[in-house]
Structure formats: C-alpha cells, structure tokens
Design a binder for this molecule. Sequence first.
Ligand code: ARG
Length: 581
Amino acid sequence: MTLLQELESRLAAALTAVLGQPAPAAVTPAADLRFGDYQSNAAMVLAKQRKVNPRALAQEIIDKLDLTDLASAEIAGPGFLNFRVLPAAYAARAAALIRDERLGVPTPGAGRTVVVDFSAPNVAKPMHVGHIRSTIIGDSLARIARFLGFHVIADNHIGDWGTQFGMILQGWKTLLDPEALEADPIAELVRIYREVNAAAKADPAMLETCKAELVKLQAGDAENLAIWQHCIEVSKRGLQKIYARLDVTFDHWLGESFYNDRLAGLVDEFLAQGIARVSNGAVCIFSDGSKPQADDPFLVHKEDGWTDNPAIIRKADGGFLYATTDLATIQFRSDEWHADHVWYVVGVPQQLHFRQLFDAAARWGKTGDLRHIAFGSILGDDRKLMKTRSGDNVQLADVLEEAVARAAAVIAEKNPGLPADEAAGIAETVGIGAVKFAELSQNRLTDYVFSWDRMLALHGDTAPYLQNSYVRICAIFRKLDGPFDAAACRLVLDATEELHLARLLVRFGEVLPTILDDFRPNLLANYLLELARAFHSFYEACPVLKAAEPSRSSRLALCELTSRTLQQGLALMGIKVPDKM
Ligand code: ARG
C-alpha cells in the first residue's frame, strides 16, 4: 500500500465510524508542502451534503481517526483535513523501498491487456518529426503500462498499402538506381516517389499510368506484388535501424496490408447490420441520431445548421479506406489478442477519424476501451511547423544524428579527458536521451518549440541534468572503499533536506499510476526533475562520505535509492543513464 492509500484507508475507517456508513476519503497530495503532505476535502463535501458545520464534522472525524505511527492531522480553513507524515513513517517506508525491486510501484494493470498502437509510419516515405512524437510517447506509455502490470502488446500499424504505391511502382520500373537502393533504401524510394509525383502533377497521362499500376497491385499482379514486397522489406530495414538507435521495440508489425482480405466481408457486415448504407455508390456510415448533435462525429455544423459528415468505408470504385482497415484492426485485436484497451498514439489532425472510428466500433458491438492519445506539433524557432532550410520535413534520423553530435561537443567540453570510444557511447546516451526527454516533458497536447540548446543544457529541465545527477551519485560510490549494504542501514532523517528527499522517493509509487489517468508522461518528467533538485539540495546541505555514523550510512542509502529511482524513472521514458559524463 502506498502512503496515500494507507492514509485513505485510515480516513475511510474514521468516516465510517462517524457517519455509520462508508464515504469517499478523497486524499490527495497537498498542493503546498507548508500545509502538510496530503489533504482531504471529505469533511467539506460531506458537511455540505448533510447541511452541518464542516469544521465541526472535521473535528469529529479527527477524533475517530487513528494515525498512529503514520501522520498528524489538523483542520485548516473551511474544513480541509491536512496530514503531515511523521519522519519516522518516511524513514520506515524509504527503508522498505531499499529492499523492494519495484521501488514501491504497485501493479494496478495486472490481468488486463493493452494494445499500444504507435509510431506507424508510412512505408516508402521517410519518418518525419511528427512520427517522432508518436514513437517516443507511445514507447514510454508502453514501458510504463508494462511496469504497472498490464500485458502490453506494442503494435506498429505501418501504412504499407497506401495510394503512394502507384507512384512508387511506376518509379521502380522506370527510374530506380539499384546501387542507391542498396546504400540508402528509404532515400531512394523517396526520390523515385517524388520524381513520379512531380511528373504526375504535370502530366495527367502519367497520373493515369500510376493509377493503373496501383489497380494491378490491388488485383494481385505478381510482378507488382513482388516489387511492393521488396519495398516493404527495405523500408522496414531502414526503420529498424532508427528504432534500434532509439531502443524502441514492437511485439508486432501488423501493417494495413495485413487486414486486406478482411475488408470486403467487413463492409458487407456493416451493410447487413444497418450500420452503413450506400450513398452515391459509396458505402458510408452516417449518424444514428443517438447522441447530442454537438457530440456526434458523423455531423458537422455548417452555416445552415448540422449536416451529415459520413465516414466512407468503401468507395464507389470498390476501393477500401483507412477507416475500413482500422475497423478490421479493432476486430482482430479484440478477437485474437483479447485487448481490454487500445491506445492510439497519433497526432491531433486525426481526431475526427478516431471519434468516428470509436463510435462505429461501439455500434458494431466492440466494447473495449479505445483511446486516441493525441499530440500537437513540433515547431521551429519561428513558431511554424518545423522544416529544414530547403523547406522539407525534418527527418527523424537527422534529428538523432545531430543530437548525438551536439551532445558529443557538450561532453568534450565538460570532460575532455575521456577516451574517444567511451565519450562516443556517452554522447549517444545523452543525445538520444535529450531528444526523448524534450518530447516527454511537454504536455503532449501543446505544440512545442524545438530547441537544441534547451534540450541539451546541463542545468535546466533536461535529460542531461537528470543523467548528471545519476552520474554524481555513481561518483560518490566510486569513492567509497569497501562494500556498502543499503539494506542493513537505519535511516535517520534529521535534516529537512533528508526528509524531503525521502518524501519524494516514497512518492514514486504514487506518481507512476497517475500517469495513465490522462496519458501524461510529463508527470513522470516533472517528478524526476523534482527528485533531482531535492537530491542536489540534500547533497549541498548534507555531507555524505565525511558524515559520522549513523548519518553516513543513512545518507549513502538515500543516495543509492535516489540513483535507482532516477534510473528506473528514466528507463520508463526509454532513456538510459551513463555512469560518467
Ligand atoms: N500511418 C498513419 C500515419 O502516418 C498512422 C496510423 C496510426 N494507427 C492507426 N491504427 N490508425 O498517419
């Protein structure tokens, strides 16, 4: 049980004693440490319901409240209950964490399966910075969910069956440079795609040729299928390299094409069940009128009122769409994987698609919990969508390359004596970590301005700052001669800095589950920054190796616990720690 849960259960017992029936204890971390560690507004809420004086009710509750060995309580303002946890209780809990591999983190997800649908770039197109957000946020949420006990299935739903293949097939047959394909497959596919695309724009006959290639592919033409297959393979290999560098892994890569042979039957089923109907030759899903208009994703408000905004699942020419594939995907994940939850980590522009998708799935009887975890854009210094100087989309691989190069410069300046290969390894850890942390420490819904200097700063809200805190603790332990057994130490929390550090260490297990309330890895980022700051204050105020016993051992134990928590917290963001930098 976390501290918060323990307080909640004791308060719940007191509430039952006072009211003669259970009532919600509503304990939350205190907004301001000066008033205590935790608070509850239960007395105020209950007094309002019962029309009694809230402070008097609060007093009655406190009289029945047994906080032995845990905390002290006081009434504040109109009837808040404020709790201050006893230093001894923090010491006991921190000591228990030393022996706990999981650092006090519970497993609320046990027994539930979640599919995390993230990254999902489009084959034969380069991954751009928009995909970086999905990849990093999705990977972190998958890691966090796994640590919280969920059975996590990470699925890369790549776009491997789009209309882009008409152009790519045409380019492959007429423009391909096999050597270039060998050297950098994604770049060569992009080149031929671009050239054909430009040609098709200028010449309608070319556009028709491309469409004909696509139709042949969709009809199962052997030559086109073989080329398509080849494109997928080389693209995947290129993607794998980036994922390896990012340390991102998937359990499956079931791209759009995997669902092809399910689409026709699905559309028939939607027609038979009356969820979809034919309109102008296309099969469409319309509003079923069951929702208030403002909440109905199949309606849109135009000047003359609400009008239909259907989702097409089969075009008049017989072609299927993104939405059709996504419906088939929902069915597969539910039938084959028994997914309780599906989290789609995809940008804000696809919001309408997912609202329609989830509504259609519900009408189809799919009951799982489906969530669109949306995110905003990455902006350049000019606050416009980030682009390269030539106006192209910035590519993820280039971002990583530059991050590592810049990290190498920072490290060379800070620690010029490091051997070259060691410095290179550290630069990789710091550079990639900086990019990930810059992403994850943002509120995912706001657009964020990409800044190399800000993300690589050693002092600031950055990964290098956290990694440096970890490195400092490693340095303390390197200076220690002889073994150290944290588990054998008694913790003494005399200084306020010691107490505050212990308080934050104990809070790790409380913070982590809250991240999934609204899918906000930035809560973890904030927590780790606060922990690192608490560590630095502690380290300035409290000598460690030079302290007398029992403080010395106790402080070493706090250091060890801090380094484990930093390492674990960063690992849940997919960020590694160096032991020097
Ligand atoms: N390939 C899509 C894109 O790049 C993202 C796919 C997201 N997942 C899904 N099941 N729709 O925009």
